[in-house]
Design a protein around this ligand. Structure first.
Ligand code: FES
Length: 115
């Protein structure tokens, strides 16, 4: 890993389980951390449709359902998969160092465009 990156610690891997996403606040942003199988994913906690917190959503397969109006997003890509959500949420590449989950805030997918 390059040492000139500024990684932001979000939580420990033990804080996140398959059915228990983790809400993490760091540097004035709020993230939702998910575990799918052996992989971890970070998306913006804020639903793009309204005030829903995606870390409080219902996880089914690789999707999270917003607790407000039941819109859905693909946790892996950030793409909206079920109305009323139409705009994707941002995603970040996950770095795991010593069992801790980090992101590089600059490594965003720009709202689901690429991972
Ligand atoms: S606020 Fe998330 S679906 Fe409406």
């Amino acid at each position: 890993m390059s040492t000139d990156r500024k990684l932001l610690r979000l939580c420990s891997v033990s804080d996140v389980s398959a059915n228990r996403p983790m809400r993490c606040e760091a540097e004035k942003s709020v993230y939702a951390v998910f575990r799918l199988g052996a992989e971890y994913f970070v998306i913006s906690d804020a639903c793009t449709h309204g005030p829903g917190s995606l870390s409080e959503g219902y996880v089914e397969g690789s999707e999270v359902e917003c607790p407000f109006h039941s819109g859905r997003f693909d946790i892996r890509t950030g793409f909206a998969t079920e109305p009323p959500c139409t705009e994707p949420v941002n995603t970040w590449k996950v770095h795991i160092v010593d069992e801790q989950i980090f992101i590089d805030p600059a490594e965003t997918s720009a709202a689901g465009c690429a991972r």
